[in-house]
Design a protein around this ligand. Structure first.
Ligand code: ADP
Length: 385
């Protein structure tokens, strides 16, 4: 086996972008967006068809501060998946182990219920060795719990690791570059730079052609398909905020899940991952809601959910819950919703002769790597398996 020649990286506009001077296209595949989905696809392509020449293009850095990846929960679990998706989830877990090693951490995951169900145990028993976790909730309101297997990781680290491995295996990476797809396998690129007055401006533009383009631009992908390719899809997006709960958590504290809300132990406290109920309507601008007349940074739907859970989780009714004063105070990101549904698994779709779409969404932690690999297999046409 020959060692692949590592790919090239263009990080900033000081490095002239010279993808090759041949008259024929320099790349077989252009991947737009280096979140975890685009990065995972780049790596999978190097494995499924090492002869393909791929360029990964990202508007920001790796990972981008504004993308969904960096704020994703990073919780692998079967707790919310139908049995038909378990094999894909298990495959993803093996892949996470390979890519992340010790950065993937086994953790108990408890779903909490008001009523008993097959497999539930008393909440008090399951949390007997975790008094700090028990203190967050009212075991009288949530007396029953189910224990699930779960593994925690940082999705930003996953995107970085996958992209770096892809580069070692020959993928090129172009950062700080906004890509726009066009029909016929054409992509225009704007290399972005920041002026000394902090304005983002276009330093140079380029046009590339390739046999295949993959839109892995997260929540932007459906809009790009519609605006630039004229292809309407049923995919949608939602703005998800992940507020901070300042209650103490230990290194082995379980993840807790009640009525759609996930409490993820992180940095000695908790990150709250609220349910996504539905797609946000076209043109929705995220804005903070009011709690008893006081402005907060939390959107109204999330605020209502948290208020509704205060009896079951009294910790939410304390000053440990960071409500913020305006939107900027609460971490949040646009999340793609495959098929417009919060429960739909990650998906890929052929849009036209030259273009595929790759979407992660709410279940990307558990199934994203599988879907990226499925698209890589399709592009490789069964080769390399
Ligand atoms: P996913 O979970 O699908 O990877 P993310 O939102 O984390 O979702 O990733 C999408 C990435 O695509 C982000 O890093 C974002 O900066 C990038 N992106 C979005 N639009 C463009 C664009 N027009 N050109 C290049 N990159 C883009």
């Amino acid at each position: 086996m020959t060692t692949p020649t590592p790919g090239r990286v263009w990080a900033h506009v000081g490095q002239p972008f010279t993808p090759g001077s041949d008259p024929q296209p320099a790349y077989d595949v252009l991947i737009l967006g280096a979140g975890r989905m685009g990065s995972a696809l780049a790596l999978a392509l190097t494995e499924r068809d090492p002869h393909l020449k791929t360029l990964l293009i990202e508007e920001g850095g790796l990972p981008n501060e504004d993308g969904a990846t960096i704020l994703a929960p990073g919780i692998w679990t079967l707790a919310h998946l139908p049995a038909a998706q378990h094999a894909a989830a298990r495959w993803t877990l093996e892949r996470l182990r390979t890519l992340l090693g010790d950065d993937l951490q086994a953790r108990p995951y408890l779903t909490l219920h008001a009523e008993p169900a097959p497999g539930t145990q008393p909440t008090r028993d399951l949390l007997a060795t975790h008094p700090q976790s028990l203190a967050l909730l009212d075991p009288g309101v949530l007396p029953h719990a189910t224990a699930h297997e779960a593994h925690l990781y940082r999705p930003g680290t996953l995107a970085q690791t996958a992209a770096q491995s892809a580069i070692r295996r020959g993928t090129d990476l172009l950062l700080n570059t906004r890509a726009t797809p066009h029909p016929g396998g054409r992509v225009t690129l704007e290399r972005l730079t920041v002026t000394n007055t902090h304005q983002i401006v276009t330093h140079a533009t380029h046009t590339l052609h390739a046999r295949l383009i993959v839109l892995a631009t997260g929540a932007h992908a459906p809009t790009q398909a519609e605006h630039h390719l004229g292809i309407h899809t049923r995919h949608a997006r939602a703005y998800r905020q992940t507020p901070h709960l300042g209650a103490p958590s230990t290194e082995d504290a379980p993840v807790l899940h009640a009525h759609g809300l996930t409490l993820r132990p992180q940095h000695g406290a908790y990150t709250l991952i609220p349910a996504v109920h539905h797609r946000d309507p076209h043109g929705y601008t995220p804005q903070g809601g009011h709690l008893t007349g006081v402005p907060t940074g939390l959107r109204r739907e999330t605020l209502e959910d948290l208020v509704g859970l205060m009896d079951a989780l009294p910790a939410l009714a304390t000053s440990d819950l960071h409500l913020g004063r305006s939107l900027a105070d609460i971490p949040g990101a646009w999340l793609a919703l495959p098929h417009g549904h919060p429960d739909a698994p990650p998906t890929h779709q052929r849009l036209d002769d030259h273009t595929h779409l790759l979407l992660g969404g709410p279940h990307a932690d558990t199934l994203g790597l599988w879907t990226a690999d499925a698209l890589a297999r399709e592009i490789a046409g069964g080769r390399g398996e």
